[in-house]
Design a protein around this ligand. Structure first.
Ligand code: KIV
Length: 256
C-alpha cells in the first residue's frame, strides 16, 4: 500500500486531534490528481457531477453507469486521499440493491460510498457496513430529494427538526457510518451534532463548527460561474482564466 495513503482510521484520528478535515469533490483524473497533490485528504465523486459536469438541473438524473465511469476516471489518479463515491438516486432503495451498487462503486475504485438519509436507510447502512464497505452518511438538505422538497432548504430551524437530525446522526453512527455530511444544517445544530457523535461531521453550508468541510470543487475554483451557492467564497476564477486564455490564443491566430 502507498505509505501516504489516507485511511478511514486517519480521518477518525483527525477528529480526535481537532484537526479540520478538508474534503472536495473530484469527477475525473486531472481534478483528482490536482486535489490530491494539493494535499486534500478526502475526495468524493459526488453526484453533484449531474449538474456541474453533465449539465442536468439536479442530481436525480445521475445513473450508476455514470457514477462508475467517473469513479474509474478519478481512481486512475491513484490518490493518497481517501476516495469515495455517491450512491446515486434510487440506487439504494432496498438492502440488496444498496449492497450490490456499493460493491459496483468499489469495483470501479471507490474506497467508501455515501448515501443520503437517516433512520429510513438504516438497514441499507448496516448491510453496506457489514459487507466491509465504509459508508458516509448525509443528513440535512438531501439533494436527491430536491424535487419533493421543492428546493434547497436549510434544516434544523425548528425544534422537532433539530431533534430528528441529532437522533438520525446517532443512529447512522451506531449503524456503522464512518462519517456524516451535514448539508445546509443550521450552524448551532451542526455544532451540537459534531460534539455529540464520535464520528466526524463534514459540513457544507452548515457553519464552521463541523469536524470538516466539503465543497463542490467547481464552486470553490470558479469553474461553474452560472451558479455559486451563497455559502461559498470562490478562491479562484477558473472560468474567467479559461475564457481569457482562449481569447488570447484565438487572437494570436489572426496575427500569424
Ligand atoms: O454530490 C456531492 O457533491 C455531495 C457533496 C457536496 C457533499 O454530496
Amino acid at each position: 500500500m502507498n505509505s501516504g495513503k489516507i485511511t478511514v482510521e486517519m480521518i477518525h484520528a483527525m477528529k480526535s486531534r481537532g484537526e479540520k478535515i478538508a474534503a472536495l469533490t473530484a469527477y475525473d483524473f486531472p481534478m483528482a490528481k490536482l486535489l490530491d497533490e494539493a494535499g486534500v485528504p478526502l475526495l468524493l465523486v459526488g453526484d453533484s457531477l449531474g449538474m456541474v459536469v453533465l449539465g442536468h438541473p439536479d442530481t436525480t438524473h445521475v445513473t450508476m453507469a455514470e457514477m462508475e465511469h467517473h469513479v474509474r476516471a478519478a481512481a486512475r489518479a491513484k490518490p493518497n486521499a481517501l476516495l469515495g463515491a455517491d450512491l446515486p438516486f434510487k440506487s439504494y432503495e432496498t438492502v440488496s440493491s444498496a449492497v450490490e451498487n456499493a460493491k459496483r462503486l468499489v469495483a470501479a475504485g471507490a474506497e467508501f460510498v455515501k448515501a443520503e438519509g437517516g433512520r429510513e436507510i438504516l438497514p441499507q447502512v448496516r448491510a453496506i457496513a457489514s459487507a466491509g464497505i465504509p459508508l458516509m452518511g448525509h443528513l440535512g438538505m438531501l439533494p436527491q430529494h430536491v424535487l419533493e422538497e421543492g428546493g434547497y432548504r436549510i434544516k434544523g430551524k425548528i425544534e422537532s427538526e433539530q431533534q430528528r437530525l441529532l437522533e438520525d446522526a446517532r443512529l447512522l453512527a451506531d449503524a456503522g457510518a464512518f462519517a456524516i455530511v451535514l448539508e445546509l444544517v443550521t450552524p448551532p445544530v451542526a455544532k451540537l451534532i459534531s460534539e455529540k457523535i464520535s464520528i466526524p461531521t463534514i459540513g457544507i453550508g452548515s457553519g464552521d463548527d463541523c469536524d470538516g468541510q466539503i465543497l463542490v470543487t467547481p464552486d470553490l475554483v470558479g469553474l461553474f460561474p452560472w451558479f455559486t451557492p451563497r455559502f461559498v467564497k470562490p478562491k479562484a476564477n477558473c472560468a474567467a482564466e479559461i475564457k481569457t486564455a482562449v481569447a488570447a490564443w484565438k487572437d494570436s491566430l489572426q496575427q500569424k
